[in-house]
Design a protein around this ligand. Structure first.
Ligand code: 13P
Length: 247
């Protein structure tokens, strides 16, 4: 099963649901539809209405983040995994570089993953090196730390997907070479297998994925799907990614 996940970031108002309706319409008629799953992560304010609308449809609605405590607390503007679940979210991103750069620590991320899983949310755990780390050939050591400091053996691995998003590639149009990406995805899978002592964990790629770049990525069989930012805000661009992937 492949995943095409659209992360809307700070984008969307109620009528933006039309974008997802168009994607859903395409998916229903696509001959390849059984091969992949679509998840869209709109902002918090739209989660409830979007989740309700797509409740009995194939597209899943997820959150972009969650707070590192469960149930209710006195943290202003915080949204817990329990609250996300209660409005119909099926999954949540955790550890996006936007949020790491705003102060998310490994301990916070570990709590986020833990409470999200406890509330039966699938977790898309994001990792990735920055430009300087890449230049200094630190990519693997950075990834290893990001993964091993947060993911634990006791976590329900069947509900965790890792998304590799090199920070230098997000929103820049720059993408890793095919070889680089293949090696990195294999490395991440190796680390995950060591933690979970089990076969084939799902690993996605994110960073400037669009209808063009996906043509390069589709030959890398280890990639289990994509986390898509900019191109997920247009139904046409998002659909083009899926079409070109299976072309
Ligand atoms: P872009 O696809 O806009 O590069 O964003 C990637 C991303 O950060 C998705 O979470």
């Amino acid at each position: 099963m492949k995943y095409f996940i659209g992360n809307w970031k700070m984008f969307g108002v109620p009528k933006s649901i039309n974008i997802i309706k168009k994607i859903n319409f395409f998916h229903l008629k696509d001959k390849n539809r059984k091969k992949y799953r679509i998840i869209i992560t709109p902002p918090y304010i739209l989660l409830e209405t979007f989740s309700k609308y797509f409740k009995n449809k194939k597209i899943l609605i997820g959150s972009q983040n969650c707070y590192q405590k469960d149930h209710f607390s006195s943290n202003t503007a915080a949204i817990s995994p329990y609250m996300l679940k209660s409005v119909g979210a099926k999954c949540t991103l955790v550890g996006h570089s936007d949020n790491r750069s705003e102060g998310d620590t490994n301990q916070m991320l570990k709590n986020k993953v833990n409470f999200a899983l406890k509330n039966n949310l699938k977790v898309v755990f994001c990792v990735g090196e920055n430009k300087i780390e890449k230049k200094n050939k630190k990519t693997f050591s950075v990834l290893k730390k990001q993964i091993t400091k947060v993911l634990e053996k006791k976590f329900n691995k069947d509900n965790i997907i890792v998304a590799y998003e090199p920070i230098w590639s997000i929103g820049t149009g720059k993408i890793p070479t095919k070889n680089e990406l293949e090696e990195t995805i294999i490395y991440i899978k190796k680390i995950l297998k060591q933690i979970y002592k089990k076969k084939n964990p799902a690993v996605l790629y994110g960073g400037s994925v669009d209808g063009n770049s996906v043509k390069i990525f589709k030959d890398i069989k280890e990639i289990d799907g994509f986390l898509i930012g900019g191109a997920s805000k247009s139904s046409k661009k998002f659909i083009d990614i899926i079409k070109n992937y299976y072309r």
